[in-house]
Write a protein that binds this ligand. Structure first.
Ligand code: GDD
Ligand code: MN
Length: 378
């Protein structure tokens, strides 16, 4: 697993101006790190034809403008500015697809990844010894720097989960620092989930053939300027990526989530019904109506916060519109549910089966219609 055995190879010849290596750098608010990053990469790869593709999600701090200013003075730098989009993995994918080089690296902008590794990764790929070389914090010689105990533990748990769920044998499948053969990316790109932060894990789990990996140790450094974007959402996206790469092959993960939320809605329904009917002494029909609306509102809110987190509706107007379409769709779904269940029951189907068929049709209807009318991709 170590690179010590490699002979010192001269850089492969390339036509000048044609990059051999594209370094994809996703950015969000990294304005003050870019110039130093370019300087360090230049120092680390003096004899390699490299280019840097900055993929910026329209950072409010003006990272894209800073990248373009750098590009004016250094043609090796390019900037891909995405408008109205967010996402580390999807940024990396689009950066990789904008490259014509045979080798592609991905690294963070904040100087936490050791750029000196790039010069060791490249010859391993050039000599066909691996398809991917991963900068690892968890092999001998690597390290996580001065992370606090909480983040260190979270990282270990996530690493273990990733290894188990996706059956990858890397010590650090969560790494955001790696180099890969462009062919491997092109063969995999349509199968990628593109969710969240973990583009390497996504690549390894989505590739049609197992990718040969090599790990190289490095010490994760302290972030230079700016702050980390790692938050609760990143953890959630990680679970969604795992789900998509495992059960997602058979059922869309969103539909599963929708089903889980719907099941919780039944509990809400029964609790509200009991409160209104038993405790509040309301007529049954009112209690049932109140419970139904409560459950629908609960389902709408939770689906909006979790299932459709990436397209969440915000603001009074969007929420009101969303709630209304959701309730309308689910009301039709309930009618279809009862209608079909009743039809089957009257045609000699066992009552439990009739009910389950009704529920299944209702659930699919609700999911399909609300995905278009409530959370249509804007
Ligand atoms: N385009 C784009 N869009 N870039 C983003 C986004 C986004 O939504 N979110 C973060 N980035 C960029 C940051 O600007 C930075 O260059 C890089 O992605 C990593 O983000 P950080 O916020 O610095 O993440 P981290 O340091 O906590 O975690 C990193 O290191 C871990 C260990 O290697 C990431 O690379 C993780 O994926 C990795 O596991
Ligand atoms: Mn970072």
């Amino acid at each position: 697993m170590s690179d010590a055995s490699l002979p010192n190879l001269p850089p492969a010849p390339t036509r000048s101006g044609t990059p051999l290596l594209s370094i994809v750098v996703p950015t969000f608010n990294e304005r003050d790190n870019l110039a130093e990053l370019v300087r360090r990469i230049g120092q680390a790869l003096p004899d390699t034809a490299w280019e840097m593709i900055v993929v910026d999600d329209d950072s409010p701090d003006g990272t894209a403008a800073a990248a373009r200013a750098l590009a004016q003075g250094d043609p090796r730098v390019r900037c891909l500015q995405r408008i109205g989009r967010r996402g580390l993995s999807s940024a990396c994918i689009e950066g990789m697809m904008a490259s014509a080089a045979p080798y592609i690296a991905v690294m963070d902008a904040d100087l936490q990844h050791d750029e000196r590794l790039l010069g060791k990764m490249l010859p391993v790929l050039q000599h066909g010894e691996a398809d991917v070389v991963v900068g690892s914090r968890y092999v001998d010689g690597g390290g996580i720097g001065d992370w606090d105990a909480g983040r260190a533990r979270a990282s270990r748990v996530a690493t273990r989960l990733g290894q188990m769920a996706l059956r990858v044998r890397l010590s650090d499948p969560m790494s955001g620092f790696f180099m890969v053969k462009a062919d491997a990316v092109h063969d995999t790109v349509r199968a990628l989930s593109g969710i969240g932060f973990k583009i390497l894990l996504d690549l390894l789990a989505s590739s049609p053939r197992p990718l040969r990996c090599r790990e190289m140790p490095y010490e994760f450094r302290r972030r230079a300027a700016g702050e980390s974007k790692l938050d609760g959402r990143v953890a959630w996206d990680f679970l969604m990526l795992l789900a998509d790469k495992t059960v997602g092959r058979f059922v869309p993960v969103r539909f599963l989530m929708f089903g889980v939320v719907g099941t919780l809605g039944i509990v809400v329904h029964l609790v509200v019904l009991a409160l209104m009917f038993q405790v509040g002494d309301l007529p049954f029909v009112w209690a049932q109506t109140g419970a139904t609306l409560s459950a629908m509102t609960f389902n709408f809110a939770v689906n909006n916060a979790l299932t459709y987190r990436d397209q969440r509706l915000r603001g009074a107007l969007q929420l009101a519109r969303g709630w209304f379409t959701f309730v309308a769709a689910c009301s039709v779904g309930a009618a279809a549910n009862v209608g079909i269940a009743n039809y089957l029951f009257e045609h000699d189907t066992f009552w439990v089966l009739s009910a389950m068929a009704g529920v299944a049709v209702g659930a699919v209807w609700n999911y399909a219609v609300t995905s278009v009318y409530t959370w249509r991709a804007r």
